[in-house]
Write a protein that binds this ligand. Structure first.
Ligand code: GSH
Length: 319
């Protein structure tokens, strides 16, 4: 198997989730520092437009979104499992809790409290990135509300741990723990003012130390140019095929567009090669990265025919 490469940045909670997966499974991996603001020519040479962090690369296969990346790692490194105590379905469902409710509370606080310290170009980028989903400009006026949200969500975790169990589902750590841990980690790192509130949950605090001790596996740095060369020198893995019963009616080889359904809605266009209940993958030819296949989860992403997408947009143009 080609080496695992994570395109990420250190402060990203979504990337931290995967670094913990590497720690749990004792994975040796390469790290590429991703660009922080658009345009991101190094990252999008691989993804075709998807801009979020993290992205995992294995040869010429590019995996977008932490939930799909975690599943791909589970497939390649089944032990120890990310889903102890028969927790697979509920853990995957908890992605939405973590990625939306918890993430918006902790990252909203991180941005709101620090907005005057962040460079102006980063703030402008994040305003455009979140769009209507989150009013980045006025987050500083929402600090009290977001603090109450974060506290209530952490209290749910405290309730889960109240019987003295070590981890979310019992004696074994899993992805559900990482879902919650990374958002508290973000709040502690960027909003030290929250320390007293965060310290008021004894079971959570002991659990934070246990999860934090897992580490990140074996990491070494490479450049984006090296990662591009690896993509060029590999062929994508065989596709899984297109489910003919899928409600979209799409067929293998059709030119389609995949777009996140929340924020950072940068579309990726390519030829459809895989379509299953939980995954869609597109093949594209890139002048820098060569032929790559870009994989996305179905949950959280919209898929449509690229031509239909074009007509759809045109329908909204003024006469
Ligand atoms: N659903 C995505 C969300 C990833 C995400 O929002 N990542 C943040 C960084 S923590 C991001 O990409 N922010 C904008 C950017 O870095 O350009 C996932 O699970 O991977």
């Amino acid at each position: 198997m080609s080496v695992i490469i994570l395109h990420h940045f250190d402060a990203s909670p979504f990337a931290e989730k995967l670094r913990l997966v590497f720690g749990l499974k004792d994975v040796t991996w390469r790290s590429v520092q991703a660009e922080l603001i658009m345009p991101k020519p190094k990252l999008t040479a691989l993804t075709g437009g998807y801009r979020k962090t993290p992205v995992m690369q294995i040869g010429a296969d590019i995996y977008c979104d932490s939930r799909l990346i975690a599943l791909e790692l589970e497939k390649r490194y089944p032990e120890p499992t990310l889903f102890p105590d028969a927790s697979r379905g509920v853990t995957l469902a908890l992605s939405s809790w973590s990625d939306r409710d918890l993430h918006i509370a902790s990252s909203g606080l991180a941005i709101g409290v620090n907005k005057h310290q962040f460079p102006a170009d980063l703030m402008r980028d994040r305003e455009a990135y979140f769009g209507d989903f989150l009013d980045v400009k006025h987050l500083d006026a929402d600090i009290v509300h977001l603090t109450t949200q974060l506290r209530a969500h952490i209290d749910l975790l405290q309730q889960q741990l109240a019987d003295g169990r070590l981890f979310f589902f019992g004696d074994n750590v899993g992805l559900a723990d990482f879902h919650a841990w990374v958002e508290i980690w973000t709040a502690r790192m960027h909003v030290p003012q929250l320390g007293a509130m965060l310290d008021s949950f004894p079971q959570v605090n002991a659990w934070e130390a246990r999860v934090g001790a897992i580490g990140h596996g074996q990491r070494s740095e490479i450049s984006a140019q090296e990662a591009h060369a690896i993509a060029r020198n590999h062929r994508p893995a065989p596709a899984e095929g297109v489910d003919s019963t899928d409600a979209s009616g799409l067929m293998a080889g059709e030119v389609v567009e995949v777009t996140p359904d929340d924020y950072g809605r940068n579309p990726v266009v390519g030829r459809l090669v895989t379509l299953t209940t939980h995954q869609v993958a597109l093949e594209r030819d890139d002048p820098i990265a060569g032929r790559v296949v870009v994989h996305f989860p179905r949950i959280g992403f919209r898929l449509r025919r690229a031509a239909a997408a074009y007509q759809g947009d045109a329908a909204w143009l003024p006469d």
